[in-house]
Design a protein around this ligand. Structure first.
Ligand SMILES: C[S@@+](CC[C@H](N)C(=O)[O-])C[C@H]1O[C@@H](n2cnc3c(N)ncnc32)[C@H](O)[C@@H]1O
Length: 314
Protein backbone atom coordinates (compact mmCIF):
# COMPACT_ATOMS: atom_id res chain seq x y z
CA UNK A 1 0.00 0.00 0.00
CA UNK A 2 1.18 3.51 -0.82
CA UNK A 3 1.26 6.32 1.68
CA UNK A 4 2.18 9.95 1.49
CA UNK A 5 3.70 11.40 4.65
CA UNK A 6 1.88 14.41 6.03
CA UNK A 7 4.39 16.35 8.11
CA UNK A 8 3.86 19.74 9.77
CA UNK A 9 7.55 20.07 10.75
CA UNK A 10 8.49 22.68 8.11
CA UNK A 11 5.41 24.69 8.85
CA UNK A 12 6.18 24.76 12.56
CA UNK A 13 9.91 25.37 12.12
CA UNK A 14 9.77 28.02 9.40
CA UNK A 15 6.34 29.48 8.68
CA UNK A 16 4.48 29.63 11.94
CA UNK A 17 4.32 33.16 13.34
CA UNK A 18 0.97 33.10 15.15
CA UNK A 19 -1.25 30.54 16.88
CA UNK A 20 -4.28 32.67 16.11
CA UNK A 21 -5.00 30.64 12.99
CA UNK A 22 -5.46 27.57 15.10
CA UNK A 23 -7.46 28.56 18.13
CA UNK A 24 -6.79 25.75 20.56
CA UNK A 25 -9.25 25.01 23.37
CA UNK A 26 -6.50 26.08 25.77
CA UNK A 27 -6.09 29.45 24.04
CA UNK A 28 -9.80 30.04 23.65
CA UNK A 29 -10.15 29.88 27.45
CA UNK A 30 -7.25 32.27 28.06
CA UNK A 31 -8.89 35.72 28.03
CA UNK A 32 -10.64 36.34 31.34
CA UNK A 33 -13.67 37.68 29.48
CA UNK A 34 -13.68 34.90 26.87
CA UNK A 35 -17.22 33.84 25.91
CA UNK A 36 -15.92 30.26 26.23
CA UNK A 37 -15.26 30.67 29.97
CA UNK A 38 -18.85 31.86 30.41
CA UNK A 39 -20.35 28.64 29.04
CA UNK A 40 -18.51 26.48 31.57
CA UNK A 41 -19.77 25.58 35.02
CA UNK A 42 -16.74 27.47 36.45
CA UNK A 43 -14.95 30.30 34.64
CA UNK A 44 -11.32 29.16 34.93
CA UNK A 45 -8.51 28.92 32.40
CA UNK A 46 -7.73 25.61 30.68
CA UNK A 47 -4.66 24.85 32.82
CA UNK A 48 -6.57 25.47 36.05
CA UNK A 49 -9.36 23.13 34.98
CA UNK A 50 -6.92 20.45 33.88
CA UNK A 51 -4.80 20.69 37.04
CA UNK A 52 -7.89 20.35 39.27
CA UNK A 53 -9.06 17.36 37.24
CA UNK A 54 -5.67 15.61 37.33
CA UNK A 55 -5.46 16.14 41.11
CA UNK A 56 -8.23 13.57 41.50
CA UNK A 57 -6.40 11.02 39.32
CA UNK A 58 -2.67 11.36 39.92
CA UNK A 59 -0.71 12.50 43.01
CA UNK A 60 0.31 15.93 41.67
CA UNK A 61 1.70 16.94 45.07
CA UNK A 62 4.35 14.22 44.79
CA UNK A 63 5.41 15.13 41.27
CA UNK A 64 8.54 17.18 40.69
CA UNK A 65 9.86 16.92 37.12
CA UNK A 66 7.27 17.79 34.49
CA UNK A 67 7.81 17.92 30.74
CA UNK A 68 5.47 19.70 28.37
CA UNK A 69 5.87 19.02 24.67
CA UNK A 70 4.38 21.49 22.21
CA UNK A 71 3.22 23.93 24.87
CA UNK A 72 2.03 26.62 22.43
CA UNK A 73 1.89 29.96 24.26
CA UNK A 74 2.88 28.37 27.61
CA UNK A 75 -0.43 29.11 29.34
CA UNK A 76 -1.07 25.56 30.57
CA UNK A 77 2.36 25.32 32.21
CA UNK A 78 1.98 28.81 33.73
CA UNK A 79 -1.21 27.61 35.45
CA UNK A 80 0.44 24.40 36.66
CA UNK A 81 3.42 26.33 38.09
CA UNK A 82 1.17 28.83 39.82
CA UNK A 83 -0.86 26.02 41.37
CA UNK A 84 2.18 23.91 42.28
CA UNK A 85 5.38 25.98 42.67
CA UNK A 86 7.37 22.85 43.58
CA UNK A 87 7.20 21.56 40.00
CA UNK A 88 10.39 21.71 37.93
CA UNK A 89 9.35 22.24 34.34
CA UNK A 90 10.89 21.67 30.94
CA UNK A 91 9.34 22.75 27.65
CA UNK A 92 10.26 21.09 24.34
CA UNK A 93 8.88 22.60 21.15
CA UNK A 94 9.71 22.36 17.46
CA UNK A 95 8.66 25.96 16.75
CA UNK A 96 11.18 28.74 17.47
CA UNK A 97 8.31 31.25 17.41
CA UNK A 98 6.24 29.40 20.03
CA UNK A 99 9.24 28.51 22.20
CA UNK A 100 9.99 32.27 22.37
CA UNK A 101 6.37 32.90 23.38
CA UNK A 102 6.67 30.23 26.10
CA UNK A 103 9.80 31.96 27.44
CA UNK A 104 7.83 35.22 27.72
CA UNK A 105 4.83 33.61 29.43
CA UNK A 106 6.98 31.56 31.81
CA UNK A 107 9.50 34.32 32.50
CA UNK A 108 8.58 34.54 36.24
CA UNK A 109 9.43 30.84 36.72
CA UNK A 110 12.59 28.77 36.51
CA UNK A 111 11.97 26.61 33.45
CA UNK A 112 14.21 24.75 30.95
CA UNK A 113 13.52 25.19 27.26
CA UNK A 114 14.61 23.07 24.31
CA UNK A 115 13.99 23.69 20.62
CA UNK A 116 13.55 20.18 19.22
CA UNK A 117 11.29 17.84 17.31
CA UNK A 118 10.07 15.49 20.04
CA UNK A 119 10.36 12.57 17.63
CA UNK A 120 14.12 13.20 17.42
CA UNK A 121 14.65 13.41 21.19
CA UNK A 122 16.20 10.17 22.50
CA UNK A 123 14.17 8.12 24.92
CA UNK A 124 16.92 8.37 27.58
CA UNK A 125 16.50 12.15 27.66
CA UNK A 126 12.88 11.65 28.72
CA UNK A 127 13.34 9.06 31.41
CA UNK A 128 13.82 11.50 34.32
CA UNK A 129 10.35 13.04 34.09
CA UNK A 130 7.49 12.13 36.44
CA UNK A 131 4.80 13.66 34.23
CA UNK A 132 4.64 14.40 30.50
CA UNK A 133 1.98 16.65 28.97
CA UNK A 134 1.11 16.79 25.27
CA UNK A 135 -1.98 18.93 24.87
CA UNK A 136 -3.72 19.33 21.51
CA UNK A 137 -0.69 18.40 19.43
CA UNK A 138 -0.65 14.67 18.57
CA UNK A 139 -2.39 15.53 15.28
CA UNK A 140 0.59 17.71 14.33
CA UNK A 141 2.93 14.72 14.34
CA UNK A 142 3.48 12.83 11.05
CA UNK A 143 0.58 10.91 9.57
CA UNK A 144 0.75 8.30 6.83
CA UNK A 145 -1.93 9.30 4.35
CA UNK A 146 -3.28 6.62 2.03
CA UNK A 147 -2.68 7.27 -1.66
CA UNK A 148 -4.67 4.54 -3.28
CA UNK A 149 -3.23 3.93 -6.73
CA UNK A 150 -1.32 7.22 -6.79
CA UNK A 151 2.43 7.40 -7.39
CA UNK A 152 4.51 9.33 -4.92
CA UNK A 153 8.16 10.27 -4.96
CA UNK A 154 9.40 9.13 -1.58
CA UNK A 155 9.53 5.36 -1.89
CA UNK A 156 12.52 5.09 0.43
CA UNK A 157 10.64 6.77 3.29
CA UNK A 158 7.62 4.63 2.63
CA UNK A 159 9.74 1.46 2.80
CA UNK A 160 11.10 2.55 6.15
CA UNK A 161 7.57 3.23 7.44
CA UNK A 162 6.51 -0.21 6.18
CA UNK A 163 9.03 -1.74 8.55
CA UNK A 164 7.73 0.38 11.42
CA UNK A 165 4.13 -0.65 10.71
CA UNK A 166 5.16 -4.28 10.74
CA UNK A 167 7.00 -3.74 14.01
CA UNK A 168 3.96 -2.11 15.67
CA UNK A 169 1.54 -4.71 14.29
CA UNK A 170 3.64 -7.55 15.62
CA UNK A 171 4.52 -6.06 18.98
CA UNK A 172 1.09 -4.61 19.83
CA UNK A 173 -1.20 -6.79 17.75
CA UNK A 174 -2.45 -3.83 15.67
CA UNK A 175 -3.95 -3.87 12.16
CA UNK A 176 -1.94 -0.90 10.80
CA UNK A 177 -2.02 -0.78 7.00
CA UNK A 178 -4.72 -3.45 6.60
CA UNK A 179 -7.54 -0.99 5.83
CA UNK A 180 -6.55 0.72 2.60
CA UNK A 181 -8.70 3.76 3.42
CA UNK A 182 -7.20 4.35 6.84
CA UNK A 183 -4.61 7.07 7.42
CA UNK A 184 -2.18 6.19 10.21
CA UNK A 185 -1.11 8.50 13.06
CA UNK A 186 2.41 7.13 12.92
CA UNK A 187 3.96 10.07 14.83
CA UNK A 188 1.45 9.77 17.68
CA UNK A 189 2.04 6.01 17.84
CA UNK A 190 5.83 6.51 17.92
CA UNK A 191 5.64 9.12 20.65
CA UNK A 192 3.33 7.13 22.92
CA UNK A 193 5.65 4.16 22.69
CA UNK A 194 8.68 6.39 23.33
CA UNK A 195 7.16 8.05 26.43
CA UNK A 196 6.07 4.69 27.86
CA UNK A 197 9.40 2.99 27.17
CA UNK A 198 11.13 5.96 28.86
CA UNK A 199 9.20 4.89 31.98
CA UNK A 200 7.51 8.25 32.64
CA UNK A 201 5.08 7.56 35.48
CA UNK A 202 2.22 9.78 34.35
CA UNK A 203 1.41 10.89 30.81
CA UNK A 204 -1.42 13.17 29.70
CA UNK A 205 -2.27 13.37 25.98
CA UNK A 206 -5.09 15.09 24.14
CA UNK A 207 -6.20 15.83 20.60
CA UNK A 208 -9.12 15.90 18.18
CA UNK A 209 -10.34 12.32 18.08
CA UNK A 210 -11.71 10.30 15.17
CA UNK A 211 -13.46 8.09 17.73
CA UNK A 212 -15.24 10.77 19.80
CA UNK A 213 -18.75 9.82 20.90
CA UNK A 214 -21.39 12.41 21.76
CA UNK A 215 -23.30 11.64 25.00
CA UNK A 216 -27.03 11.05 24.41
CA UNK A 217 -28.23 14.26 26.21
CA UNK A 218 -26.06 16.40 23.90
CA UNK A 219 -27.39 14.90 20.67
CA UNK A 220 -30.15 17.51 20.19
CA UNK A 221 -27.53 20.28 20.44
CA UNK A 222 -24.34 19.19 18.69
CA UNK A 223 -23.75 17.45 15.40
CA UNK A 224 -20.61 15.35 15.76
CA UNK A 225 -19.57 12.63 13.39
CA UNK A 226 -16.61 10.35 14.01
CA UNK A 227 -15.49 8.12 11.18
CA UNK A 228 -13.31 5.89 13.37
CA UNK A 229 -10.34 6.53 11.09
CA UNK A 230 -8.07 9.62 11.18
CA UNK A 231 -9.75 12.56 9.42
CA UNK A 232 -7.91 15.42 7.71
CA UNK A 233 -8.28 18.91 9.15
CA UNK A 234 -7.10 21.67 6.78
CA UNK A 235 -5.50 24.59 8.55
CA UNK A 236 -3.46 27.57 7.38
CA UNK A 237 -0.51 26.27 5.29
CA UNK A 238 -0.70 22.75 6.74
CA UNK A 239 -2.98 19.79 7.40
CA UNK A 240 -3.46 17.85 10.59
CA UNK A 241 -5.29 14.60 11.33
CA UNK A 242 -7.67 13.53 14.05
CA UNK A 243 -6.26 10.78 16.25
CA UNK A 244 -7.29 7.18 16.68
CA UNK A 245 -6.93 6.96 20.44
CA UNK A 246 -7.80 3.27 20.69
CA UNK A 247 -4.44 2.36 19.11
CA UNK A 248 -2.52 4.60 21.52
CA UNK A 249 -4.46 3.17 24.45
CA UNK A 250 -3.69 -0.39 23.36
CA UNK A 251 0.04 0.31 23.04
CA UNK A 252 0.15 1.89 26.50
CA UNK A 253 -1.82 -0.98 28.06
CA UNK A 254 0.49 -3.55 26.49
CA UNK A 255 3.39 -1.61 28.01
CA UNK A 256 1.70 -2.03 31.42
CA UNK A 257 0.15 1.40 31.78
CA UNK A 258 -3.32 1.87 33.26
CA UNK A 259 -5.36 4.19 31.09
CA UNK A 260 -8.17 6.66 31.51
CA UNK A 261 -9.80 8.20 28.49
CA UNK A 262 -12.62 10.68 27.92
CA UNK A 263 -13.78 13.92 26.35
CA UNK A 264 -12.62 17.41 27.31
CA UNK A 265 -16.17 17.94 28.61
CA UNK A 266 -15.21 15.67 31.56
CA UNK A 267 -12.97 18.40 32.98
CA UNK A 268 -14.50 21.41 31.21
CA UNK A 269 -18.12 20.83 32.28
CA UNK A 270 -20.66 22.83 30.34
CA UNK A 271 -23.31 25.05 31.87
CA UNK A 272 -26.11 24.25 29.45
CA UNK A 273 -28.16 27.38 30.23
CA UNK A 274 -30.75 29.01 27.96
CA UNK A 275 -28.18 31.21 26.23
CA UNK A 276 -26.00 28.21 25.35
CA UNK A 277 -28.99 26.11 24.26
CA UNK A 278 -30.15 28.91 21.97
CA UNK A 279 -26.72 29.30 20.37
CA UNK A 280 -26.47 25.54 19.81
CA UNK A 281 -29.97 25.14 18.36
CA UNK A 282 -29.66 27.86 15.72
CA UNK A 283 -29.12 26.72 12.15
CA UNK A 284 -27.23 29.94 11.42
CA UNK A 285 -25.76 31.89 14.35
CA UNK A 286 -26.83 35.55 14.63
CA UNK A 287 -23.54 36.87 16.00
CA UNK A 288 -19.85 36.08 16.59
CA UNK A 289 -20.40 35.06 20.19
CA UNK A 290 -22.92 32.38 19.21
CA UNK A 291 -20.54 31.08 16.57
CA UNK A 292 -17.68 30.93 19.08
CA UNK A 293 -19.89 29.07 21.58
CA UNK A 294 -20.96 26.52 18.94
CA UNK A 295 -17.36 25.76 17.92
CA UNK A 296 -16.20 25.59 21.54
CA UNK A 297 -18.96 23.21 22.63
CA UNK A 298 -18.27 21.00 19.59
CA UNK A 299 -14.59 20.89 20.61
CA UNK A 300 -15.48 19.88 24.17
CA UNK A 301 -16.77 16.60 22.73
CA UNK A 302 -14.51 16.19 19.70
CA UNK A 303 -11.32 16.37 21.79
CA UNK A 304 -10.34 13.34 23.82
CA UNK A 305 -7.75 13.04 26.57
CA UNK A 306 -5.82 9.92 27.44
CA UNK A 307 -4.12 9.62 30.82
CA UNK A 308 -1.51 6.89 31.23
CA UNK A 309 -0.38 5.69 34.65
CA UNK A 310 2.59 3.36 34.87
CA UNK A 311 1.55 -0.03 36.20
CA UNK A 312 3.24 0.13 39.61
CA UNK A 313 2.05 3.69 40.40
CA UNK A 314 -1.06 4.61 42.42
C1 LIG B 1 -1.85 23.13 18.11
S1 LIG B 1 -0.49 23.69 19.03
C2 LIG B 1 -1.00 23.31 20.69
C3 LIG B 1 -0.37 24.25 21.65
C4 LIG B 1 -0.76 24.08 23.12
N1 LIG B 1 -0.41 22.79 23.64
C5 LIG B 1 -2.22 24.37 23.30
O1 LIG B 1 -2.97 23.45 23.66
O2 LIG B 1 -2.63 25.52 23.09
C6 LIG B 1 0.76 22.47 18.70
C7 LIG B 1 2.05 22.65 19.45
O3 LIG B 1 2.89 21.52 19.25
C8 LIG B 1 4.16 21.95 18.77
N2 LIG B 1 4.70 20.87 17.93
C9 LIG B 1 4.20 20.41 16.77
N3 LIG B 1 4.96 19.38 16.30
C10 LIG B 1 5.94 19.17 17.21
C11 LIG B 1 7.04 18.26 17.30
N4 LIG B 1 7.26 17.35 16.35
N5 LIG B 1 7.86 18.33 18.36
C12 LIG B 1 7.66 19.27 19.34
N6 LIG B 1 6.65 20.17 19.31
C13 LIG B 1 5.78 20.12 18.26
C14 LIG B 1 3.84 23.25 18.04
O4 LIG B 1 4.96 24.05 17.80
C15 LIG B 1 2.84 23.86 19.01
O5 LIG B 1 3.49 24.43 20.14
Amino acid sequence: MRYFINSTANYHQQDLNSLGWELTVCNSLEPINSPCRKVLASPYSFGQHLYNFLTGIIPLDDIRAVLEVGGGMGYLMRDFLNLNPRLRAKMIDISPYLLAKQKETLQPFEVDFELADILAVPSEALSGFDLAILNENLGDLPTLVTQQGKKNNSDQNIACFGERLEYFNKKYNLPLGLNENEHINIGAIEIVEKLCLAGIKYIYLSEHSCEAVLPEPMKPYVSLQSSGIPEMISLKDHNEFTVKFSYLQKIAEMLHYKTRRGAFADFLPLNLNDKVRTALRLITPFNDEQEIIRQFVYDLYKYEYLILIKGDEK
